[in-house]
Ligand binder design. Structure first.
Ligand code: PMP
Length: 379
């Protein structure tokens, strides 16, 4: 039985994208691949509302995209401020530490975000020149006020990096209008493509910064080695994952057909439906009410529902979710609801949660979940 994959990425991959992946492998310098990569790059740029910047698509995943963002913008004369609201912000700081780049970390409590005023205080105190944040932390489900950060930093001339691995293509990120310099992401979350691609979009300013840095401690991650290929995909630097790129181009086509704004609205509805449905069954939310992400939910168990037996039985009932990370382990499960997921699939997942609770002998009012979720979907 095919299970509904509702972990916080990879998201389920629809048959049309899988078919693109399975088509015969072609030359990485031939016209078919050139057309796929061109189309994917154009779309990626459009999806982050970027006019003149430069998108990069490189075989790898989100962590490579983070490394690319940091190594190409933070030099020996810089000081990076990492805003961390959990697991993946801390990873950004680890990347900076691995390359001995001067950095500071400003952490929020798990489930919350760093307020913009605190960011500005830290920037002034530390003399930061570059700031990085996580749009949605996949460990905590907290969604950062990216626009407020960007607008505050723009007027002060700082470079701003956004980790959009759990957001880009599902939540609005306006590179030019808000003033973001690098948006990094990965294929397997809101794009609904299979894992295997690091995505980075550099603003003109970020590209200029890379040029000013001269030598950077990177080879595969050096965007100047990739730039000629992104401008002319018939050229070679390192063999691209042609099948994955075709699948990604198809995923982007699906997004274009749906319309980006319509996709954001669907994403918001799915988030609201999941939350309403689970709350009706007695679950809580780990994440602070003020910063709930629509792309995934970090869900607190009701009293008496044990983590591993719940997730094991839920999987047997056809839905796969993930356990909690770090301090939340055992207390929560994490459910992704990104990409090309439909409202009907969310209702199906909630039904499986009901069946699972019933199987564990836990009391709840049958049908309430579906009614609450359906109402949220209709809004
Ligand atoms: N940043 C965020 C916000 C993430 O959720 C993830 C992956 N879950 C990453 C970075 C790292 O991406 P990957 O696992 O594709 O390397």
């Amino acid at each position: 039985m095919e299970k509904l994959l509702l972990i916080p990425g990879p998201s389920p991959v629809v048959p049309r994208i899988l078919a693109a992946l399975a088509a015969p492998t072609v030359s990485h310098v031939g016209p078919d691949h050139v057309a796929d990569l061109r189309s994917a790059l154009d779309d990626l740029k459009r999806f982050v509302y970027c006019r003149d910047g430069q998108p990069f698509l490189v075989a790898g995943a989100g962590t490579l995209a983070m490394e690319i963002a940091v190594l190409n913008t933070v030099g020996p004369d810089d000081r990076l401020l990492v805003l961390s609201q959990g697991f993946f912000g801390d990873r950004m700081a680890e990347i900076a530490a691995s390359f001995d780049l001067a950095h500071d970390v400003l952490r929020s409590p798990w489930g919350q975000v760093v307020p913009p005023e605190e960011m500005l205080r830290a920037v002034a105190e530390k003399g930061s020149t570059v700031v990085a944040c996580t749009h949605v932390d996949t460990g905590t489900g907290a969604c950062a006020p990216v626009r407020a950060y960007a607008e505050a930093l723009r007027s002060r001339g700082l470079l701003f990096i956004v980790d959009g691995v759990c957001a880009t293509g599902g939540l609005e990120e306006r590179m030019d209008d808000w003033g973001i310099d690098v948006i990094l992401s990965a294929a397997q979350k809101c794009f609904g493509a299979p894992p295997g691609l690091a995505l980075d979009v550099f603003s003109v300013r970020a590209l200029e910064k890379r040029r000013r840095l001269g030598r950077v401690p990177a080879y595969y991650s050096d965007i100047l080695r990739w730039l000629p290929i992104m401008q002319d995909p018939a050229r070679y630097f390192s063999t691209p994952c042609v099948n994955e790129m075709r699948a990604f181009a198809e995923a982007c086509r699906i997004m274009r057909e749906e319309g980006l704004e319509a996709r954001f609205v669907r994403q918001a509805r799915l988030g609201a439906a999941v939350r309403a449905g689970l709350r009706a069954l007695g679950f809580g939310l780990f994440t602070d009410e003020t910063c709930l992400a629509d792309t995934l939910s970090v869900v607190l168990y009701p009293e008496g529902v044990p983590d591993v037996p719940f997730r094991t039985l839920l999987s047997e009932n056809g839905v796969v979710v993930a356990g909690g990370l770090g301090p939340t382990a055992g207390r929560v499960f994490r459910m992704g609801h990104m990409g090309n997921l439909s409202g009907a699939e969310v209702l199906e997942a909630l039904e499986a949660v009901e069946t699972t609770l019933r199987g564990l002998g836990h009391p709840f009012e049958a049908g309430l979940s579906r009614t609450a979720a359906a109402a949220a979907l209709a809004r």
